[in-house]
Ligand binder design. Structure first.
Ligand code: KIV
Length: 276
């Protein structure tokens, strides 16, 4: 049985922290699920850490669905959240509904995430009314990177902090089951977390959130273009991969790979017949 949005709310009530990770493919999703992560996000960070785009803006619905299906196939227990890409929900409630439904119906996800607060509350309300669990995302919203003027901390001024509090309340009132807080000062995340009954999941938002989310490629040290300040590398897989590949190259060049162990044999008689 998969984790439910009700169980996530109960975790908040019990003060049990919620770990969330991104995943983009079958094998990684399977490992994360087996390790016990209850909440997996097929984030549109896919665009940057897997597809090599400069931002999340070029990511399409087809790309997201392709990877969501793979993640869903790899998981049994985690609740899988599909990230609605840029301009797939801003253009109206109908578009938001159609695209969110694709994540659930075609992708097999159990929920969707979208960026924004008060400005997307009407869409959140409609999706929830139609039975689609929605996770909000406020603070640094990467799909608005050009509007924000870069990847910056959001909520430092009194006006910006009040806006974020209003956004969080608007998402809760619209029926969101959780809110991602990205790059928000820790004391403000604490305030938001105390003021809403739904779990807040932080990334660069300090320790007071109800849960934390990290991009798996950052956590594993796989993505080397840059390491965000809020990321912690629990492993350095890039170095391990490069060393393994260097060993492979050296062994192929030296003729020491493959050995008999990696080779298939055939019947001696067949071989003898071929030799005649
Ligand atoms: O796309 C993503 O990975 C995200 C997380 C950073 C929350 O939105």
């Amino acid at each position: 049985m998969r984790i439910t949005i009700g169980e996530l709310k109960e975790m908040k009530q019990r003060g049990e922290k919620i770990p969330m990770l991104t995943a983009y493919d079958y094998s990684t999703a399977k490992l994360i699920d087996e390790a016990g992560v209850p909440l997996i996000l097929v984030g549109d960070s896919l665009g940057m850490v897997v597809l090599g785009y400069e931002s999340t803006i070029p990511v399409t619905m087809e790309e997201m669905l392709h990877h969501t299906k793979a993640v869903v196939r790899g998981t049994e227990r985690a609740l899988v959240v599909g990230d609605l890409p840029f301009m797939t929900y801003h253009t109206g409630v109908e578009d938001a509904l159609r695209n969110a439904a694709r994540f659930i119906q075609e992708g097999g996800a159990q929920a969707v995430k979208l960026e924004g607060g008060e400005n997307v509350a009407d869409k959140v309300r409609k999706l929830v009314e139609c039975g689609i669990p929605v996770q909000g995302h406020i603070g640094l919203t990467p799909q608005s990177v050009h509007q924000l003027g870069g990847f910056k901390v959001v909520g430092k001024t009194p006006e910006a902090a009040v806006c974020l509090l209003k956004d969080a309340k608007a998402l809760e009132e619209a029926g969101a089951f959780s809110i991602v807080l990205e790059s928000v000062p820790a004391p403000l995340s604490r305030l938001i977390t105390e003021r809403v009954a739904i779990p807040t999941i932080g990334i660069g938002a300090g320790a007071y959130c109800d849960g934390q989310v990290q991009v798996i490629s950052d956590l594993l040290g796989l993505f080397t273009d840059f390491v965000p300040k809020h990321a912690k590398q629990y492993a350095r897989l890039a170095e391990i991969i490069k060393a393994a590949v260097a060993d492979y190259i050296a062994e192929v060049q030296a003729g020491s790979f493959p050995t008999e162990k990696q080779s298939y044999t055939m019947d001696e008689k067949v071989l003898a017949e071929l030799a005649q």
